[in-house]
Design a protein around this ligand. Structure first.
Ligand code: TXA
Ligand code: MG
Length: 314
């Protein structure tokens, strides 16, 4: 299959309406979408990505008016979070309607819903005329793509179309919040911080080990975000081994000679650059990537989650 590249949201949406797969930009990372009204296309996403069948997908909507077509009911907390953070890097897990096929929800009674904060994504979703199920547009296990070129590296020849946008603004995925419990539970840290949700008056809690063990967040069972290189989480440059096969990313500039160094001034910059840096290191054949720890607050929570997961498998 030849993968078409386009900057036209109408052209990309026409593929979706025909039951094909389209990668599209959002403010977090690129997504790989299919219409929820084409269950076969949704099923094909699992094949193309090599994604485990029991990992549900997020449904993307063009407006809050579309939410009731996929969400059976919203708790008071879910409504507050939606009002405050849609559009934005936040996914709400809520009871699903019959319209959501089992291929999307992986058999769960819930669905994750999100409205991206990205003009091209919203133009595309509007033109699709139906909600769009989409995981991140990477091969399963690889770092999420933060540019259309990264999508092409993973999926060229396997999908109908890539909607080309600029590089992403956030760089890590949306926060996933389970709103079926009271208080709601953060299943995955992401672009909307725990602190911001609490400031909005919703007492979201981090997921406990027990919560995750119940299988509420299937995605957290799998290895993720991993470059080919080994990833080591370190407290600072003193704990990193410089060399021609090593790379360093973090707020502190290392002294030694590394093949690549990414100096990030704060947690937002770290999130923005992390996956792109992983992919750059792989292209250059780097063997070890040292990632400096940062405090687990605000977006730092998402950064630490991603680098720990990347390190866990290597
Ligand atoms: O920013 C993002 O969220 C990006 C862009 C494309 O929107 N999407 C994304 O999708 O990261 P994905 O599939 O790579 O990650 C979705 C996460 C997985 O960990 C999945 O298990 C979880 O959300 N998830 C989706 N639906 C769920 C549900 N009904 N219950 C619990 N977890 C759910
Ligand atoms: Mg993903």
């Amino acid at each position: 299959m030849e993968t078409r590249l386009t900057t036209d949201p109408e052209e990309a949406a026409a593929c979706i309406r025909q039951g094909q797969l389209v990668a599209f930009p959002t403010e977090t990372v690129y997504g790989l979408g299919a219409s929820i009204d084409h269950p076969d296309a949704v099923a094909a996403i699992y094949q193309v990505k090599g994604r485990p069948q029991d990992n549900p997908m997020i449904v993307h909507v063009a407006s809050v008016d579309e939410v009731p077509s996929v969400a059976l009911r919203l708790s008071a907390s879910a409504r507050t979070l939606m009002r405050r953070f849609f559009p934005g890097p936040l996914t709400l897990v809520v009871p699903r309607t019959e319209r959501v096929p089992r291929t999307v929800s992986a058999g769960l009674w819930t669905v994750g819903v999100r409205m991206p904060d990205h003009p091209l994504a919203l133009a595309f979703l509007r033109a699709c005329g139906s909600p769009v199920a989409a995981p991140s547009a990477n091969l399963s296990g690889r770092p999420s793509p933060t540019s259309w070129e990264a999508v092409r590296d993973d999926l060229d020849g396997r999908i109908a179309c890539i909607l080309q946008g600029d590089g992403v603004r956030v760089g890590v995925e949306s926060s996933v919040v389970d709103c079926t419990t009271d208080p709601p539970v953060l299943l995955r840290a992401g672009g909307v911080t725990l602190e911001a949700m609490r400031a909005a008056g919703v007492p979201v809690e981090p997921a406990s080990a027990a919560h995750l063990a119940q299988g509420r967040s299937p995605g957290t069972r799998y290895r993720h975000y991993a470059p080919h290189a080994r990833v080591r989480v370190v407290d600072g440059p003193a704990h990193a081994q410089a060399g021609p096969d090593a790379a360093y990313i973090g707020p502190t500039a290392p002294d030694g000679t590394f093949a690549a160094v990414e100096r990030v001034t704060d947690a937002d910059a770290y999130a923005h650059r992390l996956f792109a840096f992983f992919r750059e290191c792989d292209r250059r054949g780097i063997q070890t990537i040292y990632c400096e720890s940062i405090p687990e607050e605000r977006v730092g929570r998402a950064v630490m989650d991603r680098i720990r997961r990347a390190a866990a498998g290597s």
